[in-house]
Design a protein around this ligand. Structure first.
Ligand code: PMV
Length: 331
């Protein structure tokens, strides 16, 4: 049997991180330039039922049976076996590699889980559908993210722009006109769970104040949706700037992120903000295609350890003149 490969992209949040944990809408898009890959192959040399895990990027080479039960890789495999009601799996090897920076707000954890869930379920002969893949990845996220909203596993599983509200079926977002984003990595590792947990403590102490800020972010996400769908992405810039200011008020930014955001604006970005968990990790800048390289260089000059230029493509019309209605993609 040939080896099975499965992939999952990275992601950025255009508008609405953190507020999305508290039920407000957020918009996220996949980033195809970076991805996680899982490869599974039958390994007749292994003792029966044994599962070998290799993740050379992080120096991991272990038997599943010897890994902590709550290790994210172990959990992803366990959830697949449970979902398929398989007690004794045939012996296999699983190799995981990823070009998505870890703890940087690009969804590396969710992408790795999703690649594993796809590869292992396919290897076992019963590939899970997208809704199930997303659901199992969400279960893994809950173990090491605290109170995840579910936006990461959703956008990464479906690999298309989403308008996401926690506990509601995810909706695709029609992109009326393509636009370009430069992503800059501050190089500061910042686990999302810490930023989310810290904000939760402050929210518990003063709910009225934080709920008010989340409402303002929700309005930005709703406006952003209309602009993206109507084909006016250039007008998103001001919303991104406002979102960054609100994230600063939430104390989710950092000096490094603020410096990159400022550098992007000075170099001609239409708008810029941090993206994801914050306190470190990545920021994003909206740009015209002509200015993208210039902004990427400015970000590198201001300390970015990696930059990615990505295009959010326009959604193809399925048929001429067909009215668009958002799709519930969870079925
Ligand atoms: O995984 P990150 O760092 O992109 O963060 C996800 C966005 C948050 O809103 C901060 C958390 C969540 O679960 O939605």
């Amino acid at each position: 049997m040939p080896a099975i490969f499965a992939y999952a992209p990275g992601k950025i949040i255009l508008i609405g991180e953190h507020a999305v944990v508290y039920g407000r809408p957020a918009i996220a898009v996949p980033v195809e330039q970076v991805r996680a890959r899982a490869m599974v192959w039958a390994n007749p040399r292994l003792p029966s039922n044994s599962i070998q895990i290799k993740a050379p990027d992080v120096g991991l080479n272990a038997w599943l049976s010897e890994m902590p039960a709550d290790h994210p890789i172990a959990l992803a495999i366990k959830y697949v076996l449970d979902a398929l009601a398989i007690d004794h799996s045939p012996a296999f090897s699983l190799q995981i590699t990823s070009s998505i920076p870890i703890a940087a707000g690009l969804g590396s954890g969710a992408a790795i889980s999703i690649a594993i869930i796809r590869a292992v379920s396919t290897f076992l002969g019963r590939p899970l559908n997208e809704a199930r893949v997303s659901e199992l990845a969400f279960e893994v996220e809950k173990h090491y993210h605290g109170t995840p909203s579910g936006i990461d596993n959703t956008v990464i599983t479906y690999g298309m722009p989403v308008y996401y509200v926690r506990d509601l079926p995810p909706e695709t977002l029609r992109v009326g006109r393509a636009f370009n984003i430069v992503i800059g990595d501050s190089g500061v590792k910042s686990p999302t769970a810490l930023a989310v947990g810290d904000l939760r403590k402050r929210w518990q102490a003063d709910q009225a104040f934080y709920e008010g800020l989340f409402d303002q972010i929700a309005e930005l996400a709703q406006s952003a949706r209309q602009l993206i769908e109507a084909g006016h992405p250039d007008m998103l810039g001001i919303l991104m700037d406002q979102n960054h200011a609100l994230l600063q008020t939430l104390d989710i930014s950092s000096p490094e992120l603020d410096r990159l955001v400022e550098a992007a604006r000075t170099a001609g970005a239409i708008g810029a903000k941090l993206s994801g968990g914050g306190r470190g990790g990545n920021m994003i800048a909206l740009t015209s295609p002509e200015r993208a390289e210039q902004i990427a260089r400015a970000l590198q000059g201001a300390g970015a350890v990696q930059t990615i230029i990505t295009t959010i493509k326009a959604t193809p019309q399925t048929s001429i003149g067909e009215a668009y209605s958002p799709q519930d993609i969870s079925k």
